[in-house]
Ligand binder design. Structure first.
Ligand code: CP
Length: 305
Protein backbone atom coordinates (compact mmCIF):
# COMPACT_ATOMS: atom_id res chain seq x y z
CA UNK A 1 0.00 0.00 0.00
CA UNK A 2 1.64 3.22 -1.14
CA UNK A 3 -1.21 5.61 -1.88
CA UNK A 4 -4.88 5.60 -0.88
CA UNK A 5 -6.98 6.82 -3.80
CA UNK A 6 -9.97 4.46 -3.86
CA UNK A 7 -11.37 2.38 -0.97
CA UNK A 8 -10.78 -0.70 -3.13
CA UNK A 9 -7.01 0.01 -2.96
CA UNK A 10 -7.22 -1.62 0.47
CA UNK A 11 -7.86 -5.32 0.99
CA UNK A 12 -10.23 -6.24 3.80
CA UNK A 13 -7.16 -7.50 5.69
CA UNK A 14 -5.47 -4.10 5.32
CA UNK A 15 -8.67 -2.40 6.47
CA UNK A 16 -8.73 -4.65 9.56
CA UNK A 17 -5.09 -3.76 10.31
CA UNK A 18 -5.84 -0.02 10.07
CA UNK A 19 -8.95 -0.32 12.26
CA UNK A 20 -7.08 -2.47 14.79
CA UNK A 21 -4.31 0.12 14.91
CA UNK A 22 -6.87 2.92 15.37
CA UNK A 23 -8.42 0.96 18.26
CA UNK A 24 -4.99 0.63 19.87
CA UNK A 25 -4.25 4.34 19.38
CA UNK A 26 -7.53 5.17 21.17
CA UNK A 27 -6.44 3.03 24.12
CA UNK A 28 -2.74 3.99 24.21
CA UNK A 29 -2.39 7.55 22.92
CA UNK A 30 0.95 8.17 24.65
CA UNK A 31 2.57 5.20 22.90
CA UNK A 32 2.06 6.93 19.53
CA UNK A 33 2.73 10.53 20.50
CA UNK A 34 6.22 10.81 18.98
CA UNK A 35 6.04 8.27 16.19
CA UNK A 36 5.99 10.88 13.39
CA UNK A 37 8.65 13.13 14.89
CA UNK A 38 10.47 14.87 12.02
CA UNK A 39 7.77 13.97 9.48
CA UNK A 40 5.55 16.46 7.65
CA UNK A 41 2.03 16.08 6.29
CA UNK A 42 0.92 18.48 3.54
CA UNK A 43 -2.84 19.09 3.33
CA UNK A 44 -3.66 20.34 -0.17
CA UNK A 45 -7.35 21.27 -0.10
CA UNK A 46 -8.64 22.73 -3.36
CA UNK A 47 -12.18 22.45 -1.97
CA UNK A 48 -13.63 23.42 1.46
CA UNK A 49 -13.42 21.07 4.44
CA UNK A 50 -13.72 21.17 8.21
CA UNK A 51 -13.47 17.56 9.43
CA UNK A 52 -11.19 15.96 6.90
CA UNK A 53 -8.51 18.65 6.84
CA UNK A 54 -8.55 19.41 10.54
CA UNK A 55 -8.66 15.75 11.57
CA UNK A 56 -5.70 15.01 9.30
CA UNK A 57 -3.80 17.90 10.82
CA UNK A 58 -4.75 16.92 14.38
CA UNK A 59 -3.80 13.32 13.57
CA UNK A 60 -0.31 14.30 12.41
CA UNK A 61 0.19 16.59 15.41
CA UNK A 62 -0.89 13.84 17.84
CA UNK A 63 1.69 11.57 16.21
CA UNK A 64 4.39 14.16 16.93
CA UNK A 65 4.71 15.34 13.33
CA UNK A 66 4.17 18.69 11.63
CA UNK A 67 1.70 19.98 9.06
CA UNK A 68 1.73 22.49 6.22
CA UNK A 69 -0.65 23.21 3.37
CA UNK A 70 -3.49 25.31 2.06
CA UNK A 71 -7.24 25.22 2.61
CA UNK A 72 -8.50 26.62 -0.70
CA UNK A 73 -7.41 26.78 -4.33
CA UNK A 74 -7.56 30.59 -4.06
CA UNK A 75 -4.75 30.67 -1.53
CA UNK A 76 -2.47 28.48 -3.64
CA UNK A 77 -0.81 28.98 -7.01
CA UNK A 78 -3.61 26.92 -8.57
CA UNK A 79 -5.32 30.34 -8.78
CA UNK A 80 -2.49 31.41 -11.14
CA UNK A 81 -3.01 28.35 -13.33
CA UNK A 82 -0.53 25.89 -11.83
CA UNK A 83 -1.42 22.26 -12.59
CA UNK A 84 -2.05 19.57 -9.98
CA UNK A 85 0.95 17.68 -11.37
CA UNK A 86 3.33 20.63 -10.84
CA UNK A 87 1.80 21.43 -7.44
CA UNK A 88 2.47 17.96 -6.02
CA UNK A 89 5.93 17.74 -7.57
CA UNK A 90 6.82 20.91 -5.67
CA UNK A 91 5.11 19.90 -2.42
CA UNK A 92 7.00 16.60 -2.54
CA UNK A 93 10.13 18.71 -1.91
CA UNK A 94 8.66 19.93 1.40
CA UNK A 95 6.60 17.06 2.85
CA UNK A 96 6.67 13.29 3.48
CA UNK A 97 2.99 12.58 2.76
CA UNK A 98 0.12 14.47 1.11
CA UNK A 99 -3.61 14.52 1.78
CA UNK A 100 -5.42 16.10 -1.17
CA UNK A 101 -9.03 17.15 -1.76
CA UNK A 102 -10.01 18.33 -5.23
CA UNK A 103 -13.33 19.06 -6.98
CA UNK A 104 -12.23 17.11 -10.07
CA UNK A 105 -12.68 13.33 -10.05
CA UNK A 106 -9.31 11.65 -10.55
CA UNK A 107 -7.10 14.58 -9.46
CA UNK A 108 -5.54 12.65 -6.50
CA UNK A 109 -4.92 9.67 -8.81
CA UNK A 110 -3.13 11.94 -11.28
CA UNK A 111 -1.10 13.35 -8.39
CA UNK A 112 -0.13 9.85 -7.23
CA UNK A 113 1.31 9.05 -10.67
CA UNK A 114 3.72 11.95 -10.46
CA UNK A 115 5.33 11.73 -7.02
CA UNK A 116 7.23 9.24 -4.89
CA UNK A 117 5.60 10.12 -1.56
CA UNK A 118 2.20 8.73 -0.46
CA UNK A 119 -0.90 10.56 -1.70
CA UNK A 120 -4.16 10.23 0.21
CA UNK A 121 -7.39 11.09 -1.57
CA UNK A 122 -9.29 13.32 0.87
CA UNK A 123 -12.28 13.52 -1.50
CA UNK A 124 -12.37 13.93 -5.30
CA UNK A 125 -15.54 15.47 -6.72
CA UNK A 126 -18.53 13.13 -6.51
CA UNK A 127 -16.26 10.11 -6.82
CA UNK A 128 -14.52 8.76 -3.70
CA UNK A 129 -13.70 9.66 -0.12
CA UNK A 130 -11.74 6.65 1.18
CA UNK A 131 -10.67 8.12 4.52
CA UNK A 132 -14.31 8.89 5.32
CA UNK A 133 -14.95 5.23 4.52
CA UNK A 134 -12.31 4.14 7.01
CA UNK A 135 -13.94 6.48 9.52
CA UNK A 136 -17.36 4.97 8.80
CA UNK A 137 -16.05 1.41 9.08
CA UNK A 138 -14.35 2.13 12.39
CA UNK A 139 -17.58 3.72 13.66
CA UNK A 140 -19.69 0.73 12.58
CA UNK A 141 -17.22 -1.77 14.02
CA UNK A 142 -17.02 0.04 17.36
CA UNK A 143 -20.69 1.02 17.67
CA UNK A 144 -22.45 -1.96 16.03
CA UNK A 145 -19.78 -4.51 16.88
CA UNK A 146 -19.18 -6.06 13.44
CA UNK A 147 -18.61 -5.33 9.76
CA UNK A 148 -20.79 -8.17 8.46
CA UNK A 149 -24.39 -9.35 8.66
CA UNK A 150 -26.26 -6.08 9.08
CA UNK A 151 -28.71 -3.91 7.16
CA UNK A 152 -27.66 -0.37 6.28
CA UNK A 153 -29.87 2.35 4.82
CA UNK A 154 -28.25 5.13 2.79
CA UNK A 155 -30.59 8.11 2.72
CA UNK A 156 -30.54 11.38 0.77
CA UNK A 157 -28.22 12.39 -2.05
CA UNK A 158 -26.94 9.05 -3.28
CA UNK A 159 -26.06 10.49 -6.69
CA UNK A 160 -23.42 13.02 -5.72
CA UNK A 161 -22.51 11.69 -2.26
CA UNK A 162 -18.95 10.40 -2.62
CA UNK A 163 -18.98 9.07 0.93
CA UNK A 164 -21.91 6.84 -0.03
CA UNK A 165 -20.17 5.53 -3.15
CA UNK A 166 -16.98 4.74 -1.24
CA UNK A 167 -18.73 3.04 1.69
CA UNK A 168 -20.89 0.90 -0.62
CA UNK A 169 -17.71 -0.25 -2.41
CA UNK A 170 -16.02 -1.15 0.86
CA UNK A 171 -19.05 -2.95 2.33
CA UNK A 172 -19.62 -4.98 -0.83
CA UNK A 173 -16.76 -7.27 0.26
CA UNK A 174 -18.23 -8.22 3.64
CA UNK A 175 -20.64 -11.13 4.20
CA UNK A 176 -24.36 -10.69 4.81
CA UNK A 177 -24.67 -6.96 4.09
CA UNK A 178 -28.10 -5.75 2.98
CA UNK A 179 -28.28 -2.24 1.53
CA UNK A 180 -31.42 -0.09 1.39
CA UNK A 181 -30.95 2.86 -0.98
CA UNK A 182 -33.38 5.62 0.06
CA UNK A 183 -33.56 8.61 -2.29
CA UNK A 184 -35.79 10.58 -4.63
CA UNK A 185 -35.58 9.52 -8.31
CA UNK A 186 -33.31 12.44 -9.17
CA UNK A 187 -30.71 11.49 -6.56
CA UNK A 188 -30.46 7.74 -7.05
CA UNK A 189 -27.09 6.05 -6.77
CA UNK A 190 -25.21 6.07 -10.14
CA UNK A 191 -25.71 3.04 -12.37
CA UNK A 192 -22.02 2.04 -12.18
CA UNK A 193 -22.37 1.50 -8.43
CA UNK A 194 -25.24 -0.93 -9.09
CA UNK A 195 -23.70 -2.81 -12.01
CA UNK A 196 -19.99 -2.78 -11.12
CA UNK A 197 -20.20 -3.03 -7.34
CA UNK A 198 -23.53 -4.30 -6.04
CA UNK A 199 -24.45 -6.72 -8.85
CA UNK A 200 -20.90 -8.00 -9.32
CA UNK A 201 -20.45 -8.48 -5.58
CA UNK A 202 -23.86 -10.23 -5.26
CA UNK A 203 -24.86 -7.69 -2.63
CA UNK A 204 -28.54 -7.69 -1.66
CA UNK A 205 -30.02 -4.22 -2.19
CA UNK A 206 -33.28 -2.41 -2.81
CA UNK A 207 -34.07 1.12 -3.97
CA UNK A 208 -36.94 2.87 -2.17
CA UNK A 209 -38.26 6.38 -1.58
CA UNK A 210 -39.65 6.12 1.96
CA UNK A 211 -37.37 6.51 4.96
CA UNK A 212 -40.22 5.77 7.39
CA UNK A 213 -41.10 2.42 5.80
CA UNK A 214 -37.47 1.29 5.79
CA UNK A 215 -36.68 2.33 9.33
CA UNK A 216 -37.71 -0.82 11.30
CA UNK A 217 -35.24 -3.13 9.51
CA UNK A 218 -32.14 -0.89 9.71
CA UNK A 219 -29.13 -1.58 11.93
CA UNK A 220 -27.28 1.45 10.51
CA UNK A 221 -28.81 4.58 8.99
CA UNK A 222 -26.37 6.64 6.93
CA UNK A 223 -27.88 10.09 6.41
CA UNK A 224 -26.42 12.46 3.82
CA UNK A 225 -26.65 16.11 2.86
CA UNK A 226 -27.96 17.10 -0.57
CA UNK A 227 -24.76 18.32 -2.24
CA UNK A 228 -25.63 21.83 -3.36
CA UNK A 229 -22.16 22.43 -4.85
CA UNK A 230 -22.59 19.61 -7.38
CA UNK A 231 -26.02 20.68 -8.74
CA UNK A 232 -26.24 22.33 -12.14
CA UNK A 233 -29.14 24.55 -11.16
CA UNK A 234 -30.28 26.07 -7.88
CA UNK A 235 -34.00 25.38 -8.49
CA UNK A 236 -33.40 21.60 -8.47
CA UNK A 237 -31.38 21.89 -5.26
CA UNK A 238 -34.11 23.92 -3.53
CA UNK A 239 -36.78 21.43 -4.63
CA UNK A 240 -34.84 18.40 -3.32
CA UNK A 241 -32.86 19.66 -0.33
CA UNK A 242 -35.45 18.87 2.37
CA UNK A 243 -36.75 15.58 0.96
CA UNK A 244 -35.61 13.74 4.10
CA UNK A 245 -35.45 15.22 7.57
CA UNK A 246 -34.76 12.71 10.33
CA UNK A 247 -36.56 13.67 13.53
CA UNK A 248 -37.60 11.90 16.73
CA UNK A 249 -40.97 11.05 15.23
CA UNK A 250 -39.37 9.11 12.38
CA UNK A 251 -37.23 7.21 14.89
CA UNK A 252 -40.26 5.79 16.69
CA UNK A 253 -40.17 2.60 14.63
CA UNK A 254 -36.39 2.27 14.62
CA UNK A 255 -34.42 -0.42 16.45
CA UNK A 256 -33.12 0.47 19.91
CA UNK A 257 -29.62 -0.50 18.72
CA UNK A 258 -29.75 1.52 15.48
CA UNK A 259 -26.57 3.50 14.77
CA UNK A 260 -27.20 6.81 12.98
CA UNK A 261 -24.19 7.95 10.99
CA UNK A 262 -23.64 11.08 8.89
CA UNK A 263 -20.33 12.12 7.35
CA UNK A 264 -21.28 15.75 8.14
CA UNK A 265 -21.62 18.65 7.52
CA UNK A 266 -25.32 18.52 8.33
CA UNK A 267 -27.67 21.10 6.89
CA UNK A 268 -31.33 20.23 7.64
CA UNK A 269 -31.45 16.49 7.22
CA UNK A 270 -31.18 15.57 10.91
CA UNK A 271 -33.10 17.52 13.53
CA UNK A 272 -30.80 18.74 16.32
CA UNK A 273 -33.18 17.02 18.77
CA UNK A 274 -31.84 13.69 17.49
CA UNK A 275 -28.34 14.65 18.70
CA UNK A 276 -29.26 13.69 22.27
CA UNK A 277 -30.56 10.25 21.32
CA UNK A 278 -28.11 7.46 22.17
CA UNK A 279 -28.46 6.17 18.59
CA UNK A 280 -26.87 9.35 17.17
CA UNK A 281 -23.25 8.46 16.42
CA UNK A 282 -22.24 11.21 14.01
CA UNK A 283 -20.17 13.29 16.40
CA UNK A 284 -18.23 10.33 17.78
CA UNK A 285 -17.84 9.30 14.12
CA UNK A 286 -16.02 12.61 13.50
CA UNK A 287 -13.75 11.85 16.47
CA UNK A 288 -12.99 8.36 15.17
CA UNK A 289 -11.95 10.04 11.90
CA UNK A 290 -8.90 11.48 13.65
CA UNK A 291 -7.78 8.13 15.04
CA UNK A 292 -8.26 6.25 11.80
CA UNK A 293 -6.25 8.91 9.96
CA UNK A 294 -3.48 8.55 12.55
CA UNK A 295 -3.43 4.84 11.78
CA UNK A 296 -3.44 5.45 8.02
CA UNK A 297 -0.58 7.95 8.18
CA UNK A 298 1.48 5.42 10.14
CA UNK A 299 0.72 2.62 7.67
CA UNK A 300 1.53 4.71 4.60
CA UNK A 301 4.78 5.95 6.13
CA UNK A 302 5.70 2.40 7.18
CA UNK A 303 5.90 3.31 10.88
CA UNK A 304 5.29 0.98 13.81
CA UNK A 305 5.04 1.69 17.53
N1 CP B 1 -17.04 14.43 6.10
C1 CP B 1 -16.33 15.38 5.47
O1 CP B 1 -15.68 15.11 4.45
O2 CP B 1 -16.41 16.62 6.03
P1 CP B 1 -15.62 17.89 5.54
O3 CP B 1 -16.14 18.24 4.16
O4 CP B 1 -15.87 18.95 6.55
O5 CP B 1 -14.16 17.51 5.44
Amino acid sequence: MKHLIDPMDLTTEEISEILDLADDIILNKEKYSQICQGKKLATLFFEPSTRTRLSFEAAMMELGGNVLGFSSADSSSASKGESVRDTVRVVECYADIIAMRHPKEGAPLLASLNVDIPIINAGDGGHNHPTQTLTDLLTIRREVGRLDHFTIGFCGDLKFGRTVHSLIKALSRYEGIKIVLISPNELKVPDYIKTDILDKGNVEYIEVKSLENSMPELDVLYMTRVQRERFFNEADYVRLKDTYILDMNKLQNAKEELAILHPLPRVNEISVKVDDDKRAKYFVQALYGKYVRMALIMKLLGLEA
